[in-house]
Design a protein around this ligand. Structure first.
Ligand code: NAD
Ligand code: ZN
Length: 239
């Protein structure tokens, strides 16, 4: 049986599927990932993305942070692709229990997924660091230099920056879903960003990995499919 047919069969046999994904899920929507585009960042910016997207950098140099953030992290006009839509279908069929994502683009919800756990937050939510007032993506996208609240405070996106901790409730829920899954599909992630990547260790059911490149956890998986996730999931879910 070929690998996609195998995945299709496992999906058929499972009722507690959980999906865990990363930036590679959105590349087919035109949003660049990190590991494939480091070179590009280095050409245009003085610091690597991990430095610019860190808490201390945001505090020390918000203008440089926002220059990068507005340019690279906000994906204006991006639309969900087949990977997002396949997961919506599985949830609607009552087979998929949760989508756990490292992405901050909000595309799973835009596609129609209901139970989405955002480990790293979302660019669509922003708040004032002084008074807590909320702002939408448009306000930040259209801001010049550093977006400021009406109270004068700096507006910060609701995304988890490097050096910041993850929301413990979201992490706990993710552990719960993964440890109760009969099939964990992991896709579009280099599995190098911790603690998120460590979640895979809680899997006790079947583990299927879909990624363009090899990952450090390939040896742990029951099935490894090296391909484009939109195409693979699209075919496995008969989209
Ligand atoms: P990563 O950039 O480290 O790795 C992406 C992986 O996806 C790579 O291994 C690559 O081979 C694979 N990939 C790329 N396109 C693919 C496709 N079409 N099909 C299958 N695989 C594909 O991403 P990561 O592991 O998610 O870690 C990066 C961090 O950066 C995350 O924490 C995330 O929050 C953030 N990030 C988010 C976005 C987004 O929200 N869309 C974009 C860039 C970075
Ligand atoms: Zn304010």
């Amino acid at each position: 049986m070929d690998k996609i047919a195998q995945l299709k069969q496992w999906i058929k046999e499972s009722s507690r599927i959980v999906f865990f994904g990363g930036a590679g899920v959105s590349t087919e929507s035109g949003i660049p990932d990190f590991r494939s585009t480091d070179g590009l960042y280095n050409q245009q910016y003085q610091y690597p993305p991990e430095t610019i997207l860190s808490h201390s950098f945001f505090i020390k140099n918000p203008e440089e942070f926002y220059k990068f953030y507005r340019n690279k992290m906000i994906a204006a006009g991006a639309k969900p692709n087949k990977a997002h839509l396949a997961l919506v279908k599985l949830e609607q069929e009552g087979k998929l229990q949760a989508v756990i994502t490292q992405n901050i683009d909000g595309l799973h919800q835009e596609a129609g997924s209901q139970n989405v756990l955002e480990l790293h937050g979302c660019v669509k939510r922003n708040f004032c660091t002084r008074c807590g007032k909320s702002y939408d993506l448009q306000m930040v996208a259209e801001s010049q230099r550093v977006p400021k609240c009406s109270c004068g405070g700096i507006v910060k996106p609701d995304v988890v920056l490097y050096e910041e901790g993850l929301d413990s409730q979201i992490l706990e829920k993710s552990v719960y879903y993964i440890s109760h899954a009969d099939l964990l599909i992991v896709g579009g992630t280099s599995l190098t960003v911790y603690p998120a990547a460590g979640l895979v260790d809680y899997c006790r059911g079947r583990l299927a990995l879909i990624n363009k490149d090899a990952t450090p956890l390939d040896g742990q998986a029951d099935l490894v499919i090296n391909g484009k996730i939109g195409e693979v999931l699209g075919e496995a879910c008969s989209l």
